[in-house]
Design a protein. Sequence first.
Length: 283
Amino acid sequence: MTRRSALSVAPAIALALALAGLAAPVGAPLGPLPCAAQDAEAPPPPPEALALYRRGRELYAEGRYREAAVELERAQVLSPTSPNLVFNVARVYELLGEIDKSISFYQRYLRLLPPSETAERDRIEGTLRRLEGARDEVSRPAEATAPTPPPDAALRDPQPVRVQERGVADALFWITASAGAALVVGGTVAGLLALESEGEVRDYVIGVDGAFEDRQTFADRADALSVIADVLFISGGVTLAASALLFALRERTVERYPGLGGDVRADLTVLPGGGLVTLRGAL
């Protein structure tokens, strides 16, 4: 080998050794950056490409992948037929997550490989399939997730709500209502007895059924029973009205469970000569 030919091969050997050193950069957190074997027939790279490559290697070792990609691409432009530079650019873009650029450089690297490099070609083709699958997975729209229907109300644990409502059915109410009902019943019995006594007075025949004094006794009893019936009816009506007022005009605090039903409400309407109690609700 002549001195001139040895000098022309020296840059190629230097770049090959430098690229081989990139396979295990110091301090690279994501693992080594591999490189492919140099084509023995490739033309020697210019010194500028070697300098850019060394700068890219330093940036890669510091974890500055994007800056390293810029320097390696510049070196690759100066030495476009170098499979190692193309491979290393593809690898850096893969680490950056730029899948489209990585696939493009891996495809260029595959075209630069000689047909005899079957093992390397198979490995790169597998890498391309993996990256293309990842790209398709990333670009696929996320499947719409149907909203989860709310649980059935009957299965929930409802929280009670405290509300103020009219209608207090306490002991006083029931005593008053019972007394009013008893007075009305008593008035009814007294009224029936009074009617019976009045019938006896009408049918009484003096001299046949007895003396006049006896008829007067029946008449007095009928009058007394009539008075008692009226008093009992009036007292019973007043007492029942008082019990209705005791129920409707007072308020109580109750717990309600919204949405579960079962609320019952009593309304009192005052009418001329009486009143109306209305019960409303759902069971």
